[in-house]
Ligand binder design. Structure first.
Ligand code: MIC
Ligand code: SF4
Length: 690
């Protein structure tokens, strides 16, 4: 039987379960990565599990998110991470060395390996032919200790790339086009695999832009074949010996892929599927106007692709640049793990050389890594950027996670980033468009959204360098076991041991602490930006759960949840569709758990967040009939009888709304291992006991 590349890599790492789409499998993890905003908790949990040394091929602790250092919290975290990494056998990438995904691609990623990272954009590694997956810190802690990572054996969505990109059109436009076809919803349990003649035309960093933003599709991972481009990249990084060619079997077929879309709301998506997918079949709307759509695989014609943008508040709100052209732009930011490679920034520098940024625009540039920044400095491109008026930001996440550069009110900000969730930039009502570096730099020069193909000069051609500048001086290797014994872990007072979960009571009396709508992201649940510094202090950070819904002078979510806890009542969160989209931050489960939340009832829950809820002993339920969502209000008293049975084996459970006096049914969609974890009171207790 012919296999996809996804299947080949996964089957080579299968430790447990059947390789059937939809079933739960345990995978051997070769590499892990953590970053500081999730990493302190991950390492604290690793310590709590009791494993003494890391057991993977390589584990790397990066510091890239939290570098503003107002108050001692961030530096306390850095010192903790540096000392704990050396002691337990992990590499440590110091602040300034770059964004975890960019540095990992440059220095560690290898074709055919599995990578688990406590960051949702870990799938960036798929650009170099690895199966790279984002997860909560506790899952990564378990993998660091040699434990399997459990996930759904995926359906594989094939994406065929035909032809070659035209000048001024780039990889970001490919993934934005894909987002317009697949959207951010309904892709849970799938992985994307790129194939076709167009693949060979894309260098590794361009591929990594596509796999990075696969996170926004909601798929578990995305992967490119490992080929000559991969070899050239690895050779230029001085790691040619890690190259191996990898591809799907030639006669493999992809699909069928099924999606359910709303006939009216998703009319444009249905049209996109009809024109861009093979064997598209569109059903007739049922009484709720839902349409079953199936297709074989997606086809993207690179020759015909145009510059694209995704407008606030979602990465799948995609338009062509031509349709937006002329809108005033006040800010352009270039960087993030999506578009901050050497090639991306060389392109920007070549365009800006000898020119000046438009007087209405502020331009910020954050190079993805110290390697990129040093190379730009050495070849003069950095001077071209500075001379043009760019504000150079240190290599790290910076404005992508709301650390500075919040835009002015009612102004458009163009960013080469991957997320534009409402308010993530730090400004309420922000208008953020996600674009390619080509489109970003065109706006920086013109002061408005400009199709770069209309610029009066040609598009510079940037080749992959023969060799990148290799200097691992800011990558500290782990200490050997003997030396490790003498290393003392540095623990500042702001580093607080995270709480463990508790088994759920059999008869659960609950209260709806909040009712939220569709597409609630983890940024809504646990804000980042200026509050990111509380990541290693759960009691402090928990004060800000659902902060964006708190109203001045009224009890906050935290106040209401703690009041319920004091009344001996469990907190319940009621939510709409796609609850928990976005990041892997387990604080979106950990902090509500700390406040006494024990159940989430939603129309649908996203993959990483659902796993984090289970890991922290919160029961994730989905409405059997979504119409029941409309019948519940905040403050309703909800009772669930027999949770132990439901967790053990049931597919559904009945919830009684005592306030409104009616019963409704919820689905209990849990993989077998998730049931065991919940019964144990969370992953930490489960792991300690096995
Ligand atoms: C993000 O892009 O939202 C983050 C910040 O990188 C998160 C991780 C975190 O919240 O620390 C992610 O993508 O998982
Ligand atoms: Fe950092 Fe932004 Fe990438 Fe998240 S998406 S890892 S915040 S650069």
């Amino acid at each position: 039987m012919a296999h996809t590349l996804v299947q080949k890599i996964i089957q080579a790492h299968l430790l447990d379960g059947e390789p059937t789409p939809g079933s739960e499998v345990g995978l051997r993890i070769d590499q892990t990565l953590t970053q500081d905003a999730t990493g302190t908790t991950a390492f604290l949990l690793f310590e709590a599990i009791g494993t003494l040394r890391v057991k993977t091929e390589v584990s790397v602790s990066y510091v890239d998110h939290n570098m503003a250092q107002f108050g001692p919290e961030n530096h306390n975290d850095h010192l903790y991470l540096q000392s704990v990494a050396r002691k337990v056998g992990a590499y440590h990438s110091r602040p300034g060395n770059g964004i975890c995904h960019q540095v990992h691609l440059e220095r560690f990623g290898r074709p055919g390996a599995t990578l688990l990272g406590s960051d949702s954009h870990t799938p960036t590694g798929g650009g170099i032919g690895m199966i790279a997956i984002g997860a909560g810190g506790l899952d990564v802690a378990v993998a660091m200790g040699g434990g399997a990572f459990y996930t759904t054996y995926p359906r594989v969505i094939g994406v065929e790339l035909k032809g070659k990109l035209r000048p001024w059109v780039s990889a970001k436009d490919i993934i934005l086009k894909l987002l317009s076809i697949l959207t951010t919803r309904g892709n849970v349990g799938a992985m994307v695999e790129y194939f076709g003649e167009g693949v060979a035309t894309l260098p590794v960093p361009a591929r990594a832009t596509c796999t990075n933003m696969g996170a926004e599709l909601g798929v578990t991972s995305s992967v490119f074949p490992s080929d000559e481009q991969t070899r050239v990249f690895l050779k230029a990084q001085g790691r040619q010996e890690q190259y191996q060619p990898l591809a799907a079997d030639p006669d493999v077929t992809y699909g069928p892929i099924a999606k359910c879309l709303h006939a009216k709301n998703d009319a444009a998506t249905i049209e996109n599927i009809k024109t861009n997918c093979t064997d598209a079949k569109i059903g007739s709307p049922d009484e709720k106007s839902m349409v079953e759509v199936t297709f074989g695989h997606v086809v993207i014609d690179l020759d015909a692709l145009e510059p694209m943008a995704a407008g606030s508040p979602s990465p799948d709100n995609v338009h062509t640049i031509a349709s937006l052209a002329g809108k005033d732009v006040r800010q352009v930011l270039i960087g993030s793990c999506t578009n901050s490679s050497y090639q991306d920034l060389m392109l920007v520098a070549a365009v800006l050389k000898g020119r000046t940024v438009h007087p209405n625009v502020e331009l910020g540039i954050a190079p993805g890594s110290r390697q990129v920044l040093t190379m730009l400095a050495q070849n003069g491109a950095l001077a071209d950027l500075i001379q043009a008026g760019a504000r150079i930001v240190e290599s790290g996440c910076g404005p992508c996670i709301g650390q500075g550069f919040s835009p002015a009110e009612n102004t458009i900000s163009l960013r080469t980033f991957n997320r534009n969730f409402a308010g993530r930039s730090g400004t309420k009502g922000d208008m953020v468009y996600l674009v390619s570096p080509e489109t970003a730099v065109a706006a920086a020069l013109k002061g408005n959204i400009t199709d770069p193909r209309t610029l009066e000069f040609g598009c510079p051609v940037i080749e992959t360098p023969q060799s990148f500048l290799i200097d691992d001086g800011m990558l500290q290797p782990p200490a050997d076991e003997k030396e490790a014994a003498g290393i003392e872990i540095i623990r500042g007072s702001t580093i607080v041991k995270p709480p463990a979960g508790q088994p759920l009571p059999d008869d659960l009396r609950g209260r709806a602490i909040i009712k939220v709508g569709d597409k609630i992201t983890t940024d809504h649940i646990m804000p980042a930006g200026a509050l990111l510094k509380y990541r290693s202090n759960v009691p402090e950070y928990a004060k800000y759960v659902f902060n964006c819904f708190n109203e001045a002078g009224k009890a906050t979510f935290a106040d209401r949840a703690l009041a319920a806890k004091a009344d001996g009542v469990a907190g319940v969160i009621v939510a709409g569709d796609s609850y928990g989209q976005g990041s892997s931050r387990e604080h979106a489960a950990l902090c509500p758990m700390y406040l006494g939340v024990k159940v989430v009832i939603a129309k649908a829950i996203e993959r990483i967040h659902q796993a984090n809820l289970v890991n922290f002993a919160i029961l994730p339920l989905t409405f059997a009939d979504p119409a029941d969502y409309d019948k519940i209000d905040a403050n309703d008293e909800l009772v669930i009888k027999g949770t132990s049975k439901a967790i053990e084996s049931a597919d559904t459970v009945t919830v009684t709304n005592k306030t409104k006096n009616f019963d409704f049914v919820c689905n209990v969609r849990l993989a077998p291992r998730q049931r065991t974890i919940l019964a144990a009171g969370g992953l930490l207790r489960h792991t300690r006991n096995v």
